[in-house]
Structures are given as structure tokens and as C-alpha cells.
Design a protein around this ligand. Sequence first.
Ligand SMILES: NC(=O)c1ccc[n+]([C@@H]2O[C@H](COP(=O)([O-])OP(=O)(O)OC[C@H]3O[C@@H](n4cnc5c(N)ncnc54)[C@H](O)[C@@H]3O)[C@@H](O)[C@H]2O)c1
Ligand SMILES: [Zn+2]
Length: 370
Amino acid sequence: MSAAGERRVRVGLGARSYDVVIGSGLLGRAGALLAPLLDAQRRVVVVADATVATLHLDRLRAGLGRNALDVVTVPGGEATKSWAQLEQLVDRLLAMTIDRHTLLVALGGGVIGDLAGFAAAILLRGLDVVQLPTTLLAQVDSSVGGKTGINTAAGKNMVGSFHQPKRVLADIDCLATLPPRELRAGYAEMVKHAAIADRPMFEWFEAQGPAVLAGDAAARAIAVEHSCVTKARIVGADEREGGVRAHLNFGHTFGHALEAETGFGDRLLHGEAVGLGMVLAMRLSERVLGCPADETARLAAHLSASGLPTRLGEIAGGRIDARAAMTHMAVDKKARAGRPSFILARRLGEVCRVDDVDPALVAAVFEAAA
Ligand SMILES: NC(=O)c1ccc[n+]([C@@H]2O[C@H](COP(=O)([O-])OP(=O)(O)OC[C@H]3O[C@@H](n4cnc5c(N)ncnc54)[C@H](O)[C@@H]3O)[C@@H](O)[C@H]2O)c1
Ligand SMILES: [Zn+2]
């Protein structure tokens, strides 16, 4: 930790390595924290979530200390990750006569990070981008690792590219304005990072999770840092998901199926789906890998105590049809030849990829979770 109280996590990718800076008050110190990227001639354009702009843009403006700061706002929410919004954003940025040296700054949650990151990847064959994630999910997951993209009629994140940011500033003060349900959804992804590769961190969450969720700044900084360390280590080892990066999809094969079945909307947030998906993946792990049932119970108890759903019956808006949910798995982006692949656990903190799972076992797991 530095004198100013911020924590730094390095994402090691050779010439494309960068720091994730984590702490309080970072937006207000953005000029100093981004100094190596901000020479006087460099144009900076902020692409901001409209909601986040009303709450946090003034602090960023003051922190950057620039007279002429261009800001483009886009609506928040998943619908923004579309061809139409990408086209609009790209056209608006080009109309500002940006050049190859322009720095894009993405201020918002995962939606803005993915959209602005993808715009940066394709504008003028590639602009530098800095990520300023403002949701917990974006701070521990989407802003780190360089995946960018949009959704299409065929599904989520079907068009995109790898485009690593030059730096990430995760200002935990932004989390103060985040709706509690969004906070809990991001918390599920932090628990995921612990569950795949950091058992001591899972135990830490069991003890300190309530403090993290209640807003304890020190606990939040530790939690975000540890989560980013795990993500950075995995991305550093396997940037393009040829191997170990797939472990980050723990809970996601089930989770995506549930999101698809509930319409990718307010009924079930992504992080909530991942939490539920992890519980289902643990049940499948019991059957396929002999993972002890106690481990499943322990994960479910922690998620439930954290205010996250762990049974299908807790999803608002009616019963989930397990068979219909299963059909979404075959078209999952990560499926091969129509067979979904699963990340399964031997125990909490130790996972592996399993490709050939008997669909009858998957169906049994769904039925048992009703
Ligand atoms: N690129 C990746 O590696 C990766 C990884 C995981 C998820 N994702 C993507 O991230 C997206 C989800 O991200 P998200 O959960 O951050 O959603 P989001 O960006 O839609 O933000 C959630 C909501 O919170 C609001 N908001 C954001 N910050 C706020 C703040 N500080 N205070 C008050 N309100 C705030 C937004 O306006 C929005 O309504 C999905 O599209 C998902 O596919 C990408
Ligand atoms: Zn996720």
C-alpha cells in the first residue's frame, strides 16, 4: 500500500502490462494517478454512464484538472451494449475529430467498460483506454483483463475484442452510491474468485463479508485487491482463454442459462445468476468429481447470508423451467459442438474444466434446485 493509501495490482502481460489502482478518493487524484498517460497535448475524452456522470463526474473533472475535457454520456444498462449504441458512440467520437493519440476514459460499470473499451479497440485501429469502474462487478471483474464487446441478436458478448486498458482506477468511494442489489451481485463475483483459486480468501469472506457489504472502506479495499490479484494472475497466465482463464467461468454455464431463461433483465442480475450458478456447479461437482456436499452447503450458506439467491424458487416472476434453461447451454459461446463445458470444483478453492458431462446429471441438478 502506498502513502496515499492506495493498493496496486499489476496485470503482467509483457509490453501491455498495467496497474489496477484500488482505494478511496482516486477520482479526485486522477490527474496524478494517470500522469504518465497525460501529456499536455493529449486529448482526453470521458465516456460516462449517464447515471454515474451525475454522481461522480465532478470529482473526476476536478481530479483531472483539465480546462477542456470532452465528455460523452451514454445510458446505463445492458441495452447499451448494442450495435446501435456502438455506432452512435463511434460517430460522436469521430465527429469530435479525435486522433490516434486521444485517450478514452471509461467511467461506469461493466456495460460502459465493455462498450467504450470496444470503441477504443476499433476507432482509428485502436486508441488507448483507461478504465474507471464504478460498480463492484466492474472493479473486480470486467475492467481487468481486456475483454470488450457488445451483445447481438445471437446472444451476449457475441461481438468484441481483447483490448487491454492502459490503467484501471478502482475508486471504492463510487460504491457508496451503488444500489445494494448491484453491490451484492458484484460480491458474488468476488466470492467466485475466492472459490476458484483462493480458499483462504473464501474463509476471509465468511468472516468479513458483512463488513464488505456494509461499507467498511478498509474491508472493501482488501476484498477488491484480493479479487483483482486472482483475476490478474489468471489473465497474466492465459490472456486469450486457451486454458486457465476458463476457470473464471465457474458458475457461468448454469448462470448464463438462467439469465437467458429470465430474459437478461431485472429478474436476475448477472452476479445473482453467477451465485446461483456456482451452487448448481457445486452440486454437479459432487456427482462428477466427488466434491464433498459440505463444501456446497458452505458456499450456499455464505451466499445466502450475503443476501443472494441460492435456490431457483427465490427468483422473482414465476417458476423457472429447468428443461428450457438447459437448452440455452448448448448455444452458450463456450460450448463446443453443442456440448456445454463446465468448470467444476474438487473443493472450494480448486477447480478444473470438464467437457463431457452427461446431460442427465445436469438435468438432475436443475431439478434438485427448484
Ligand atoms: N469484460 C469482461 O471481462 C466482463 C466481465 C464480467 C462482466 N462483464 C459485463 O459487465 C456488464 C455488467 O456490468 P455491471 O454489473 O457493472 O452493470 P452496469 O454497467 O449496467 O451497472 C449496473 C447499474 O448500476 C449503475 N451504476 C454504475 N455505477 C454506479 C454507481 N457508482 N452508483 C450508482 N449507480 C451506478 C448503472 O447505471 C447501471 O444501472 C455485463 O454486460 C457483462 O457482460 C464483462
Ligand atoms: Zn461474470
